[in-house]
Write a protein that binds this ligand. Structure first.
Ligand code: ADP
Length: 311
């Protein structure tokens, strides 16, 4: 559905994308990760043809680029910070549907599904919408156009936790054959929405796989909090400390045990307690932040590269 070969984009002397290759099949949900400035937004803008570039980019078989109207017609886009529009919601939906030569009804139907019925919000000014309402309006427009590809640029970054959950829920319900590529820094978004993760660094794709692979490759473990009967707490800590999957375990002073895990260690740690007949009364798995996983993977890579350089 998306085919990128040798994509190169520079701003003056600065090479942002340096021969990036990426193939995305229909229906894939791809999270695009990268440090700030890695080129995530630039990649999305190239696909949309908002900026010129070198290399070959096609969307649904159509050449993308500033002249790529056919490619653009196949894409719905939700930018990170939507521009402020000085018009009502209804005027906005009509204007952008007209610009795409698409009927407005599918977008207004989506609005109703998202809990924003046009007869209630249609006459509101765009500038009066909350962040969550604005993102949903943009998504309704993008989905209403029946396009096969959705590009989302950190769509939940500016939302509060409850709007974020709702926006993610809406996206989870998007038809399976639509292809979604979204830039994000949020682990929750990746867990809920992506079946594939790519990491952009140094102008190219340096990781392409599942979230689990990314996590394991980074070497960052998670944390586990468990509660066992008080009489078994000491034994449980000793037992956990003996496991290869556990990097550290200690009583937290409040009746629980904090366990620092190697990647993927949670099941092993819980299984070990169960196998020794220690009842787990309660537990919580605490995931590391995505930025930490990304940083660790990238620094492991650069150490690897230095080692290779010096033989
Ligand atoms: P990301 O989305 O991963 O944070 P961006 O794609 O926004 O990264 O930016 C990649 C790099 O390109 C950054 O160093 C940024 O400063 C630069 N850049 C982006 N847009 C422009 C522009 N219009 N003019 C000059 N430099 C730009």
């Amino acid at each position: 559905m998306i085919s990128i070969d040798g994509l190169r984009k520079s701003y003056g002397e600065q090479v942002v994308l340096d021969g990036l290759d990426l193939q995305v099949d229909r229906g894939e949900r791809v999270a695009v990760l990268g440090l700030n400035g890695a080129g995530k937004t630039t990649l999305l803008q190239c696909l949309l043809g908002l900026i010129g570039f070198e290399g070959s980019v096609t969307v649904d078989g159509q050449q993308a680029g500033p002249a790529g109207k056919e490619a653009r017609r196949r894409i719905g886009y939700v930018p990170q910070r939507p521009p402020v529009f000085d018009m009502t919601v209804s005027a906005f939906l009509h204007l952008f549907s007209d610009l795409r030569d698409a009927p407005v009804e599918p977008a207004t139907e989506r609005m109703a599904e998202f809990g924003l019925p046009p007869d209630e919000v249609g006459e509101k000014q765009m500038s009066a919408l909350s962040g969550g309402m604005l993102q949903k309006t943009l998504l309704a427009l993008a989905l209403g156009a029946e396009v096969p590809v959705l590009l989302l640029d950190e769509p939940t970054a500016s939302l509060d936790p409850s709007s974020r959950r709702e926006f993610v829920r809406v996206l989870e319900g998007v038809d399976e054959d639509r292809t979604i590529l979204f830039a994000t820094h949020r682990l929750e978004d990746v867990e809920s929405l992506a079946n594939r993760v790519i990491l952009i660094h140094g102008g190219g794709v340096v990781f392409d796989g599942t979230l689990k692979d990314l996590w394991e490759r980074s070497g960052v473990g998670g944390e586990l909090w468990v509660q066992v009967p008080a009489s078994r707490q000491e034994a449980a800590v000793a037992l956990l400390r003996d496991r290869g999957s556990v990097r550290g375990a200690a009583e937290d002073g409040g009746g629980g045990i904090r366990v620092e895990l190697a990647p993927g260690g949670a099941m092993d740690a819980l299984g070990a307690l169960r196998d020794r007949g220690v009842e787990v009364e309660d537990f919580r798995a605490l995931s590391p932040a995505l930025d930490e996983v990304m940083d660790r993977l990238l620094s492991a890579r650069s150490v690897g590269a230095e080692k290779r350089d010096t033989g």
